[in-house]
Design a protein around this ligand. Structure first.
Ligand SMILES: Cc1cc2nc3c(=O)[nH]c(=O)nc-3n(C[C@H](O)[C@H](O)[C@H](O)COP(=O)(O)O)c2cc1C
Length: 156
């Protein structure tokens, strides 16, 4: 049965590699569910990537109490046209944050924009401090798997 596989877009930004390691763990989880992870730097992603995907998973470091500038740049570039797209309405999304010691500013800043875009939050946010440890990476694999399976089973 040649059923189309679900595509999960994972966009992230990372300077010192912490968020990248987290994004890679999410991608492993998506693969584990039999779906296709589309892993992109936020700076390389655009609205077409989002429209092509069945769900969005965002990863950002916290920089100055906010999401990374490159993740904000992604939202800046897609927001106005995205709002006009029926296909974004209630599209499932989830979020993970890498921070030095906090992370709530980055979390709140992304969540606010996603509400504006009318995306649907389907998982609890994962915030990791510093280099992600094995239990964080496990939770991120589970996030990727849960989002992919939720799409596949049509439960979102
Ligand atoms: C420019 C800059 C600003 C930062 N601001 C914060 C901050 O406001 N709060 C915080 O908890 N950590 C802050 N950090 C620490 C990073 O969030 C943390 O090192 C994170 O793991 C970096 O992720 P990355 O390796 O994916 O770039 C900052 C780091 C940089 C480089």
């Amino acid at each position: 049965m040649g059923e189309a596989k679900e595509k999960i877009l994972i966009i992230y930004h990372s300077q010192s590699g912490n968020t990248r390691k987290m994004a890679e763990a999410v991608a492993e989880g998506v693969k584990g569910a039999g779906s296709i992870p589309v892993l992109k730097l936020a700076g390389d992603a655009d609205l077409t990537d989002l429209l092509d995907a069945d769900a969005l998973i965002i990863g950002t470091p916290e920089y100055f109490g906010y999401m990374a500038g490159m993740v904000k740049d992604f939202f800046d570039r897609i927001y106005e046209r995205g709002l006009k797209e029926q296909k974004l309405f209630r599209k499932p999304y989830s979020l993970f944050v890498s921070a030095g010691n906090d992370g709530t500013g980055a979390k709140n800043s992304v969540e606010r924009i996603c509400i504006g875009l009318r995306l649907k939050k389907v998982q609890e946010v994962i915030i990791s401090k510093g280099s992600p440890n094995e239990s964080v990476l496990m939770a991120l694999r589970e996030m990727g798997m849960a989002v992919a399976l939720g799409v596949k089973e049509g439960i979102f």
